[in-house]
Design a protein around this ligand. Sequence first.
Ligand code: PGA
Length: 251
Amino acid sequence: MLKPLMAGNWKMNTTIRTGADLVLKLRDLLKGVEDVDIVIAPPFTSIYHLSHLVADSRIKLAGQNMSWEKNGAYTGEVSAEMLLDAGCRHVIIGHSERREYFKESDSDVNKKTLAALRGGLRPIICVGERLEEKESGNTLQTVKRQVTGALDKLRPGAVKEITIAYEPVWAIGTGKVASPQEAEEVHIAIRELLFEMFGPDVKDVRIIYGGSVKPDNIDSLMAQPNIDGALVGGASLKAEDFARIVGFKPA
Ligand code: PGA
């Protein structure tokens, strides 16, 4: 079994002060936890401040998005170098909210993934089908297209640095979670596709699940052999809930 990765995506929530309160609580609650990689993705404006608060803890920081450009006249964008400089080691790429509200395409996700890796960040690449795609039986087709698109032109050696987050769009923020078996089936398909694309190196690639992960469903999700962690939105804003998720109890 791979070391689980539990990531909290704070989205456009928290200020520097409320984010610091959350991190301090989390640090306390997570003290005894070992053998789990823990990542939080606060808003850009809080990252540098929080980097000091997590410095001597197991918590690592992620950006929620980044530019594929290195630097220059791109008003409003943030580069890999800036995220690294502020204290991030990871970056979330291609979240469904970015795809839906900001029209990010598979090719944008690909450019960002390559730029993150070039810049020394570990991308957490989000894929997942919309409700219409699920209802028309196109879940696997959609997810495979997104994974193939995101990883185009990736050096085989670099695949070890990535994480794939399978997040069915209909499950995000809706309280509807994919059943552990439904998620497992997609995770297996992603793993097989990665193997076809990159060969045996992909055995170390974590495929994590996201979409209404909560303290009361994490144990059954993590009981699936191909679910290697979780990307958590709403429940990551409550220290006790996120700590319970990180400290999941394998069934
Ligand atoms: P949710 O969000 O846990 O609130 O459903 C998950 C995500 O968007 O990553």
